[in-house]
Ligand binder design. Structure first.
Ligand code: SF4
Length: 317
């Protein structure tokens, strides 16, 4: 968390707003003592270049004209101060640069997920005529050097770019590496990984026939959910992996992966059980194996199996 900077007593918009509120309260109390029982509606602010509307009478002008313009000027000043305080331009330069990079990356991810069909998109990573395996290995090498997320780089043992068949027709995408994955540098190798292996085998496939990876390639501390900026930093790697693989079907494991890929706020319970388009590829969200382990009921297992049967049917179609 960035350290909170102390508010400047002169330019702090909250203090200015409080001062205006105090003055308005005192003015209303004074008007009340003078017999004012209702506050007139504010007149529409004149458009630029237009003369202000004439007051209904001279007395109204005397009573309110000066007050209106003072209040408007003060309100405008407070608005401007608040806007300036909220503006990214008021952040330190390094925060501005990081925010701009994140925004740029998310624009690329959004544009890619909405506009470009994976099958109509020639992967720049394959431009030199190299194989899928070589292109994926290059991305893994970039990931190993990556330092976009300071907290994740500091805590990681190994990066976990993902592994499997470089020509896989089915790709599983989880949220991020856990402790065992971080130790081995391989995706889904802990207890949840063992269950994923069983899930894959339940539809007549083996791990070697699919590709398995995550939204973020470094383990978040204490297995916490990756932060939005960490996902934004890392998703371009995943997008490039998928552009190389061009899978026939995608399976998102858990709500975090599904939401990140589909750019939605809907939860996994709502999303699972049906396909959603990801760049022209049918994507099936289902429960994360770690959740299935925690909630190992016939109902949860049946739901996951039903989702996987739909994946298999689409692969075979
Ligand atoms: S999570 Fe991804 S973007 Fe962040 S440091 Fe690791 S590889 Fe880089």
């Amino acid at each position: 968390m960035p350290e909170e900077r102390p508010a400047d007593p002169v330019s702090d918009p909250r203090r200015k707003a409080a001062a205006v509120a105090r003055r308005v309260r005192l003015a209303l109390e004074a008007e009340g003592r003078a017999g004012l029982t209702a506050v007139p509606r504010a007149r529409k602010r004149a458009a630029a270049g237009e003369s202000p509307a004439a007051p209904a009478s001279g007395s109204e002008k005397n009573a309110y004209a000066a007050t209106d313009s003072d209040a408007e000027a003060e309100a405008a000043e407070v608005e401007a101060a608040i806007e300036a305080a909220n503006s990214p331009a008021s952040a330190p330069p390094e925060e501005q640069a990081a925010a701009a990079l994140r925004e740029d990356l998310m624009k690329q991810v959004r544009a890619a997920s909405v506009e470009t069909d994976l099958f109509g998109f020639a992967s720049p990573d394959l431009a030199e005529g190299i194989s899928h395996a070589e292109a994926l290995a290059r991305i893994a090498a970039e990931v190993a050097q990556c330092d976009r997320c300071p907290e994740l780089c500091k805590g990681r043992t190994k990066t976990v770019p993902g592994q499997g068949d470089p020509n896989a027709k089915l790709v599983f995408v989880g949220e991020g590496p856990g402790q065992e994955e971080d130790r081995q540098g391989l995706a889904f190798v802990g207890r949840a990984g063992e269950l994923l292996t069983k899930m894959i085998e339940s539809i007549g496939l083996t791990r070697d026939q699919v590709f398995i990876c995550n939204i973020v390639k470094c383990r978040p501390p204490s297995n916490r959910t990756p932060m939005p900026d960490e996902m934004a930093n890392c998703m371009p790697y995943l997008a490039r992996q998928l552009e190389i693989l061009k899978p026939k079907v995608l399976c998102a494991l858990g709500g975090t992966a599904a939401k990140a890929l589909l750019q939605t706020d809907d939860g996994i319970t709502r999303l699972r059980g049906r396909f959603h388009p990801y760049r022209g590829v049918p994507l099936m969200p289902t429960f994360h194996p770690a959740y299935v382990l925690r909630s190992y009921t016939p109902d949860t297992r049946k739901k996951v199996y039903d989702d996987l049967l739909k994946v298999r049917a689409t692969l075979d179609a």
